[in-house]
Write a protein that binds this ligand. Structure first.
Ligand SMILES: C[S@@+](CC[C@H](N)C(=O)[O-])C[C@H]1O[C@@H](n2cnc3c(N)ncnc32)[C@H](O)[C@@H]1O
Length: 371
């Protein structure tokens, strides 16, 4: 079926940073647009009754629109906000999060935003897609095709240098000679890996400075308020990134990543699938062995899917304070909308770990009411 171009007028941006245009009968999502803009867009896909169109031309421009600092922005599927300035991007993110957390009861309902010092040149890890036959290497475009993104503006200097080495004289083609026809190449700082799972050596945040902002926030907002700092449990703790600078007598880090960093006298690493139905009873055995009784702080930093049974973990470990760090705000809202009445959400923070894209980290500071 031949789809005609549409003429649109954007009503608002959704939480993915896409412009939304609704008619009496249909809903259209058009990336790289801004509220009130009009223009023309081309059909890309239809899914679950909504239409995805690609921006062709803007007629009436928003005063918020700017020239993108990245030459790939119009086509690239990676960034969502480079057609406007950074304060506006943060406003859109804050509005989206405010709308999402309306379902929650929060003591201080104003979202506290932590902006990045630099909106570009920050990423320490990227995944490039390749197709040997077509000699293509790059990020996926808005239309899910491989795009040559060698001038991407959000890479840090080290990653950019490594990317340039790959594309110089098509050096990457030699590296994938023995690999399948299509696949991906990951760059982490100056390291290159081919067709390995994402973050093969263990998860780490992609923006070093903002990772430190996140860690400082936990230290100031939570650790600073605890009178007793004996025991801490760091669920989905990876290599202990979020807890390593906290001064607790004993730290217990749990993650399913198979390569456990070495445990020391006051830091215990445990490999455990936290989504397993028997996770808590498995942890209880270690807990008894460790004589880990009164928990002062629980950190919860799950993947996008969140932690549906967070109440079970809270009631089992019964921490005085908890911090939920979420890379997908909708999962956090789902999990905390039925928060056990013995706990309350004190504050919500938005930490912009992924400037220029629609992603960000949401942090909920949670307290036990009797503490
Ligand atoms: C968002 S990362 C956070 C890691 C760490 N807190 C940090 O700041 O670097 C999520 C972590 O969850 C772990 N993970 C994913 N699925 C898991 C599961 N089913 N059980 C336990 N850990 C899991 C990953 O290995 C990863 O380290």
């Amino acid at each position: 079926m031949q789809h005609k171009n549409i003429r649109f007028q954007i009503q608002h941006l959704d939480s993915l940073g896409q412009g939304v245009f609704k008619t009496d009968t249909d809903v259209f999502f058009i990336k790289k647009t801004l509220p009130n803009e009009t223009g023309e867009a081309r059909f890309m896909a239809k899914s679950k009754g909504v239409h995805f169109y690609k921006l062709e031309q803007v007629q009436e421009k928003s005063p918020l629109r700017q020239e993108s600092p990245c030459p790939h922005f119009d086509e690239c599927g990676g960034c969502d906000f480079l057609h406007t300035n950074y304060p506006t991007e943060l406003d859109f993110k804050k509005t989206a999060l405010t709308r999402m957390v309306q379902r929650l009861t929060i003591k201080n309902p104003e979202i506290i935003v932590h902006q990045a010092p630099e909106r570009l040149h920050y990423r320490n890890r990227i995944q490039l897609h390749y197709d040997k036959t077509k000699k293509q290497l790059g990020f996926l475009s808005v239309e899910r095709k491989i795009l040559d993104t060698r001038h991407c503006q959000i890479l840090n200097a080290e990653v950019e240098k490594t990317y340039q080495k790959l594309v110089e004289n098509d050096a990457w083609l030699k590296m994938v000679e023995q690999a399948p026809k299509t696949g991906h190449i990951e760059i982490y700082h100056n390291k290159i890996s081919i067709n390995k799972p994402y973050a093969e050596g263990g998860f780490s945040q992609v923006y070093d400075q903002m990772n430190q902002v996140l860690k400082n926030l936990i230290a100031e907002k939570i650790e600073g308020k605890l009178t007793q700092k004996n025991y801490l449990i760091d669920l989905f703790g990876g290599n202990g990134n979020l807890s390593d600078q906290l001064a607790f007598t004993f730290k217990w880090i749990v993650d399913f990543y198979p390569k456990t960093p070495d445990s020391t006298a006051n830091v215990q690493f445990t490999n455990q699938d936290l989504y397993d139905a028997k996770a808590i009873s498995a942890l209880k055995k270690t807990q008894d062995k460790l004589k880990f009784f009164e928990c002062d702080l629980m950190l919860i930093d799950p993947p996008r899917s969140g932690l549906k049974n967070i109440n079970e973990f809270l009631l089992h470990f019964f921490p005085k304070k908890a911090v939920y760090v979420a890379c997908q705000a909708s999962s956090l809202v789902r999990d905390l909308s039925t928060l056990h009445p013995q706990y309350e959400i004190e504050e919500i923070h938005l930490v912009d770990l992924f400037p220029s894209t629609h992603h960000f980290e949401t942090i909920a500071c949670i307290s036990r009411k009797d503490c």
